[in-house]
Design a protein around this ligand. Structure first.
Ligand code: UDP
Ligand code: MG
Length: 316
């Protein structure tokens, strides 16, 4: 048995059937390590709480946190990281799509000095062509906007060292985008590859809206370049309008009627559209600032078996 503790953080939103099989596979995969599992019940409305309380009766080393409502995957990850006491912390989904058997390899890379080890899915073939294409385009765009590379397909199956976990604990942001945060943070980073399995029970909790919201959070939390593009676009169209104004006035002086009611209407509609888009981009940032200003907690805990003294104070 090793002399370090591994914490596993598992966000669970309506994952009742997956919890017991997950814990058995984890027990098998980590039998050579001392570990704890933190199950974070993100406001599930199926039997997840009951499934958690049932596994507490077994001899699995489980602690749990239950939220007062659904706060989302990123908040659940943060809660687990905030309460984990391990020397390294691994985040993994509850649905067994990410194999616990890959964890020992992540631990080996951590022991070789990597502070963050991201597991990258190598068989994206299972996802639909649309999902693959949009995901590649999104990560390329995000990496360019944010000026640092966000590992594509590194979807929150990751090992972090204690010191990185302490940094995450000290961040109180409503618009969490942990994948981006881990790339931004620096430190020594390693990558392993795994084959994603099919979800065994239940269905995906990421609706298209949740996905778009996460994608927008990713961009707005790491870049203000969209605001600069809005400014550049505004300047470009203002110059265009100025030039066209001069042309129109010249036509009047030359005694020619300015042709084109249609072109006038088309340009008004086009420019109004551009203005609304720009306003929307600005609004998105102001909205995010408003949410941050309120300083509401990222999550609220309704029930837990973790006592406060079990959690380390943040080490500066
Ligand atoms: N999840 C969560 N809260 C949410 C949505 C998802 O805790 O609001 C958890 C979910 O239970 C799972 C993980 O996040 O353990 C990944 O979600 P899912 O498997 O639905 O995403 P997908 O694999 O389809 O991208
Ligand atoms: Mg999944």
């Amino acid at each position: 048995m090793n002399d370090f503790l591994v914490s596993l953080v598992v966000p669970c939103y309506n994952e009742a059937e997956n919890i017991a099989p997950l814990l058995s596979r984890v027990a098998q995969a980590l039998k050579l390590f001392s570990y704890e599992v933190i199950l974070v019940n993100d406001g599930s409305d199926d039997g997840t709480q009951l499934a958690i309380e049932t596994v507490l009766l077994s001899n699995h080393p489980v602690r749990y946190i239950s939220f007062s409502k659904n706060f989302g995957h990123q908040a659940a990850l943060k809660a687990g990281i905030d309460h984990a006491v391990g020397d390294c912390i691994i985040t993994i989904d509850a649905d067994l799509q990410k194999p616990p058997e890959a964890i020992p390899e992540m631990i080996t890379l951590w022991q070789r000095g990597n502070d963050i080890v991201t597991a990258v899915c190598k068989n994206e073939g299972q996802a639909s062509a649309f999902k693959r294409l949009s995901s590649t385009a999104y990560y390329t765009l995000l990496s360019w906007l944010a000026d640092h590379t966000v590992v594509p397909n590194g979807a929150d199956f990751r090992l972090i060292d204690r010191k990185v976990a302490d940094i995450i604990r000290s961040i109180q942001s409503q618009n969490l985008y942990l994948r981006g945060m881990f790339s931004w943070i620096g430190y020594q980073q390693g990558v392993i590859y795994y084959r994603e399995e099919n979800r065994r029970f239940g269905k995906t909790k990421y609706s298209i809206w949740k996905m778009l919201n996460l994608a927008s959070n990713g961009i707005t939390s790491f870049s203000i370049k969209p605001l600069r593009f809005a400014l550049a676009g505004g300047l470009f169209f203002a110059c265009l309008a100025f030039a066209y104004g001069i042309y129109a006035i010249a036509m009047v002086f030359l005694g020619m009627t300015v042709p084109g009611w249609a072109s006038l209407i088309a340009s008004i509609v086009f420019l109004s559209g551009i203005q609304l888009i720009v306003l929307g981009v600005i609004g998105e940032y102001i909205g995010k600032m408003y949410m941050e200003l309120k300083q509401r907690p990222v999550y609220l805990i309704a029930k837990t078996n973790i006592v406060r003294s079990e959690v380390n104070p943040i080490t500066e």
